[in-house]
Design a protein around this ligand. Structure first.
Ligand code: AMP
Length: 217
């Protein structure tokens, strides 16, 4: 199965995507995680991307598309879930070109919806594990031991782009540049909307129900 996960920053895509990939054996391709790994390793991509990410801007399309092309080639056999890509209409068109030339298709596009005011509260209280990428919320989903990942025991950190100013900018960019993609996929009958407010388990089961239906059709 090949899936795309869309939704504003802080909607919970990463958490739900990780679980789906564990259950279905797909590769999770998160452009945000890939870029952060490039930054940590100080690669040429990382050095270029760092300034855009810190300011809450999108990284240029050509840089992202080159990175995705490589990842798709690895993930073709297992299927994949794209988390954080595409984020612009040109990226969506280029993705179509890539998968057509690979002879594969996208089975469904999941759109996780959460109101804007809730997103700021979620992201500014988010803490992330540097080892496994698991996210916590200081109030609603805290780790068992303060400041430590439940799985890895690593020290949790706050992403540099999870401050209020940058979060607001990232949301505006989502509205202006990423939301138009939803119509692009509606036109292909692939887009499915999910309410991203409520308990994580309940949201996950509605995603699974929806996927079972979407893949049957
Ligand atoms: P995320 O972890 O998905 O919130 O992504 C963090 C940041 O990485 C974004 O705010 C962008 O600066 C950059 N980024 C991730 N994916 C993309 C993409 N598909 N296109 C452009 N920039 C991206």
């Amino acid at each position: 199965m090949n899936l795309i996960f869309l939704g504003p920053p802080g909607a919970g895509k990463g958490t739900q995507a990780q679980r789906l990939c564990w259950d279905f054996g797909m590769a999770q391709i998160s452009t945000g995680d890939l870029l952060r790994s490039h930054i940590a390793k100080k690669t040429a991509i990382g050095i270029e991307a760092d300034k855009y990410i810190n300011e809450g801007n999108l990284v240029p399309d050509d840089l992202i598309i080159g990175m995705i092309r490589e990842e798709l080639a690895y993930a073709e056999k297992t299927g994949f879930l794209l988390d954080g890509f595409p984020r612009t209409v040109p990226q969506a068109i280029e993705l179509d070109n890539m998968i057509t030339s690979m002879g594969i298709k996208i089975d469904a596009v999941l759109v996780l919806e959460v109101p804007g005011d809730e997103l700021v509260a979620r992201l500014t209280a988010r803490r992330t594990c540097p080892t496994c990428g698991k996210s916590y919320h200081l109030i609603f989903n805290p780790p068992a031991k303060e400041g430590k990942c439940d799985i890895e025991g690593s020290d949790l950190f706050q992403r540099k782009d999870d401050n209020e100013e940058t979060v607001t900018k990232r949301q505006q960019i989502y509205e202006n540049q990423t939301k138009p993609i939803i119509n692009y996929y509606k036109g292909k009958n692939l887009a499915h909307t999910i309410n991203g407010v409520g308990k994580m388990d309940k949201i996950y089961s509605s995603i699974k129900t929806l996927l079972n239906e979407a893949v049957k059709n």
